[in-house]
Design a protein around this ligand. Structure first.
Ligand code: C5P
Length: 399
């Protein structure tokens, strides 16, 4: 990541001393940091501490900046990010109300760069309705809010409101820059994604399905939208809300999913098959309920199956030059080997291989996967599905 200019705002709570560690964590990542403090913050930490660490004067007074008669404008327009950490209830309140009565708050009003706040205060202050509403107002206006941590507080109380670890704040900043860098890079691209399980009827009330939650496919849809793509989500039944902006096509069976994909594949630049499609379906579903003890009962005891169409393989075979086809390989063992086999057999450009079973993969918020392409295997650590979605789209963009 290229070095960024970060304006670090320090407000007057006990966590102000941790602001020095935030500064160091940002510098460690190669960023340049300028500090602006409230008068109250100087009661906790001397501006000299920040000046010594940042190698530049830590600014406090609006009317006492040598050589700059309008420091709030210069500061607010000369940075890539204004990070206020720690942000007190008072500063958050002033930001939400538009009050600009010192250098930090008037810089916020004049700031044209993205703004991030990391609230830190006593649990009762943090939970106060005014503070929560002010944070909501800031979020609504596009300010990034880093959720406060929970735990033992300086005042002796225990609960939410703790300042997160400085490393965690620096990581949130990195993630923000990474997100901003990728925003819009799929603009004009159409992404077709399958997600969730399919359900295959046995009779009018019974079906065969699997544990897929759809979380991976929905995370991919959200990430593709954030990168500016036009997204169509062909989804089996899941308990998730489609991300705003995605075109949702709800299906139940594998054959319905195939039909929905065939209709749209020609227009898609990228096809991602993340659905857990049932490989087999009951051969002859009945459109009424099979009653126990009835003459039909045998059809429940012995269900005959036929193979479902392979949607990914069908799209892989129909792929035109320039289209990118991505599949998943959820396996309980020999994950990489089977993944590599699927790359060839399904004519995919990328296979996301991951282990399932034993509590892994299906239904969880995290996933550990390997990205398999013709040029090699990249094993990723365990990470939230939202982050894995970002890694997958980064890989797709390489095509
Ligand atoms: O062959 P297998 O089911 O293990 O392959 C998994 C990949 O193929 C996933 O990407 C899944 O979405 C896709 N698939 C499919 N249609 C099927 C079975 C799997 O699209 N009938």
């Amino acid at each position: 990541m290229t070095a960024k200019r970060i304006l670090l705002g320090i407000s007057g709570g006990i966590a102000a001393y941790k602001g020095a560690e935030v500064l160091r964590a940002l510098q460690k990542r190669g960023h340049e940091v300028q500090v602006v403090m409230t008068q109250n913050a100087t009661e906790f930490v001397s501006p000299l501490t920040f000046a010594a660490l940042s190698h530049r004067e830590a600014l406090v007074e609006e009317f006492d900046c040598p050589g700059d008669p309008i420091p709030h404008i210069t500061l607010g327009q000369g940075c890539d990010l204004f990070l206020i950490a720690p942000a007190t209830a008072n500063v958050i309140g002033k930001m939400a109300a538009g009050i600009a009565d010192d250098l930090l708050t008037s810089t916020f009003i004049a700031c044209t760069a993205p703004v991030m706040v990391s609230p830190a205060m006593n649990v009762h202050m943090y939970e106060n309705a005014a503070v929560q509403e002010n944070l909501e107002t800031l979020r609504r206006r596009g300010v990034q809010v880093i959720d406060a941590a929970s735990g033992y507080q300086a005042c002796g109380d225990v609960g939410a409101g703790r300042f997160p670890e400085p490393e965690a704040i620096a990581e949130a900043v990195e993630e923000f820059f990474a997100r901003s860098a990728s925003a819009g890079c799929l603009a004009g691209k159409r992404v077709l994604i399958t997600a969730g399980p399919t359900v295959e009827p046995i009779d009018a009330v019974r079906f065969i399905s699997n544990y897929s939650s759809g979380k991976m496919g929905y995370a991919l849809a959200a990430e593709a939208l954030a990168r500016g793509a036009e997204v169509t989500l062909v989804s089996g039944p899941v308990a998730l809300e489609a991300p705003a902006g995605a075109q949702l096509v709800s299906v139940k069976t594998a054959r319905e999913m195939l039909a929905a994909c065939e209709e749209r594949f020609g227009d898609a630049n990228i096809f991602i098959a993340s659905a857990a499609v049932a490989d087999f379906r009951p051969e002859d579903p009945i459109d009424r309920k099979i009653k126990k003890g009835s003459a039909d009962e045998g059809r429940l005891k012995e269900i005959r199956f036929v193979e479902n169409p392979d949607i990914l393989a069908t799209m892989g075979a129909a792929k035109a030059p320039g289209q990118v086809v991505v599949g998943f390989a959820a396996e309980t063992d020999n994950v990489i080997e089977y993944g590599q086999g699927k790359l060839a057999s399904k004519q995919a450009d990328l296979i996301v291989a991951n282990q399932v079973g034993g509590g892994k993969g299906f239904g969880t918020d995290d996933n550990q996967a390997a990205l398999i392409t013709a040029s090699g295997v990249r094993s990723l650590p365990l990470m939230p599905k939202s982050q894995l979605a970002s890694e997958i789209l980064d890989e797709i963009e390489k095509f």
